[in-house]
Design a protein around this ligand. Structure first.
Ligand SMILES: Cc1cc2nc3c(=O)[nH]c(=O)nc-3n(C[C@H](O)[C@H](O)[C@H](O)COP(=O)(O)O)c2cc1C
Length: 402
């Protein structure tokens, strides 16, 4: 074979190998799509631990489905629970309302309180208006499990819990009669066709083996539904195809944010007994610090621990948090904001510091850049000897809605 021929054969082999490896890569990435982890949140609220025990079994049931991963989280409390740190569930983290959007399925667990969900759970879900108006939970599978005392009103409690999930457009998963024929019928059992429950006031160890068995089956059923959801969640619903020209309206402020390449962060959840915004008449009141993904951005004293440039970045982040909360307050539509009214900037500064206005301009300029003329506001800046969570900046803001 001459050298020209041998060169041709080598080139042919190389082309074949590269085409083959390309199609292998494509096939592999398709497989990854189908095999990506199914994320299920098991979100619960408990005082004496009964709901937590059920939650663990729901999570175990979820993970029986190959590729499914359960994350246990607690609902933040309106009022701190004494000795929580020493309870078995003391190290389970609190959830943030916005993270509900990130999962492929959610199991909600609560104690039965007077035939209803607990007040902590109710308060937490009442913060989901932003998720609701942004259609974030639509189609996502959800299921409910509960811990009761005598069991009084437990079915009603699960059914009334479903109302909130239905308003969100979630797909409700119920256990039906799964596992009911396998449990010991000689003792009272908390099984319902709507969701697993436990009768903590009945005799014997509670949750009973039967109650836990049904919880695990319910978790598994939720994981299966979550897998189906994961495969179809990016499909566009035909219902979102605009019917009339008015439904084609593009939000002015959202378009402006896109133009400026700004993505609003998730609105930080409150860390105490307060609400992220309050509407009084047409005015919205908001306070934020420089939280970013649960951590404070550039914390510390400006001028010594934090440079001026870092303080400006923290100020920018704080204003973006304010806008994220404002969007929630406006029902997801920033076009409903008539005007900014006032900004007050607090800066963690040493005595004698004078450049507050320079730092605050970062927030003022950004607001006007986004909202245009209606972003113009009155302003105050103050030096503070400390700020919450060691944040270098805090902004109080007042806006007016249409
Ligand atoms: C304010 C309050 C109201 C309650 N209402 C009911 C009820 O309507 N029906 C019931 O069966 N148990 C009721 N219980 C009992 C709890 O549901 C029961 O103790 C449950 O196991 C607590 O769950 P936990 O261990 O997760 O906190 C109530 C308890 C409290 C504190």
């Amino acid at each position: 074979m001459d050298s020209v021929n041998s060169m041709r054969i080598k080139t042919g082999i190389l082309i074949f190998l590269s085409l083959f490896s390309c199609s292998l890569l494509k096939a592999q990435s398709k497989m990854t799509d189908h095999n990506s982890e199914i994320k299920v949140l098991v979100l619960f609220n408990t005082e004496s631990g009964g709901t937590y025990k059920m939650a663990k079994e729901i999570a175990a049931g979820v993970e029986k489905l190959s590729g499914a991963k359960a994350t246990l989280k607690q609902v933040p409390r309106i009022k701190p629970l004494e000795n929580e740190a020493r309870q078995a569930f003391g190290n389970i983290p609190y959830a943030n309302i916005n993270e509900l959007a990130e999962y492929d399925g959610i199991a909600f667990g609560s104690a039965v309180h007077f035939g209803n969900m607990s007040a902590d759970m109710r308060y937490f879900l009442d913060q989901s208006v932003g998720l609701w108006t942004a259609h974030k939970l639509e189609g996502k599978p959800a299921t409910v499990f509960m811990s009761a005392g005598s069991g009084a009103g437990r079915e009603g409690a699960i059914l009334s819990f479903w109302n909130t999930l239905a308003v969100h457009g979630m797909t409700i998963v119920s256990p039906g009669i799964m596992g009911a024929s396998e449990i010991d019928r000689s003792i009272p059992q908390g099984n319902t066709v709507f969701g697993a429950s436990s009768l903590s006031g009945a005799t014997g160890d509670r949750p009973s083996k039967g109650e836990l068995h049904i919880a695990a089956l319910q978790g598994y059923a939720l994981a299966k539904a979550a897998k189906g959801y994961q495969l179809t969640k990016t499909e566009t619903s035909p219902a979102t195809v605009p019917l009339t020209p008015s439904s084609q309206k593009v939000s002015r402020i959202e378009a402006r944010l896109k133009e400026l390449n700004i993505v609003l962060p998730a609105a930080p959840a409150p860390v105490g007994n307060y609400t992220p915004f309050r509407i009084s008449g047409k005015q919205v009141f908001i306070n934020q610090i420089a939280l970013k993904a649960g951590k404070v951005e550039h914390p510390g004293i400006i001028g010594t621990e934090v440079t001026e440039e870092q303080a400006k970045l923290a100020t920018r982040q704080t204003l973006l948090n304010v806008l994220a909360v404002l969007k929630q307050a406006a029902g997801g539509d920033l076009d409903r904001v008539k005007q900014a009214v006032q900004l007050t900037g607090f800066f963690y500064t040493p005595a004698g510091y004078t450049k507050h206005a320079v730092l605050m301009n970062e927030a003022s300029n950004l607001l006007v850049e986004i909202l245009g003329g209606s972003g113009m506001h009155t302003r105050a800046t103050v030096g503070a000897s400390s700020l919450p969570m060691n944040s270098s900046v805090e902004i109080q803001a007042i806006f007016e809605l249409e």
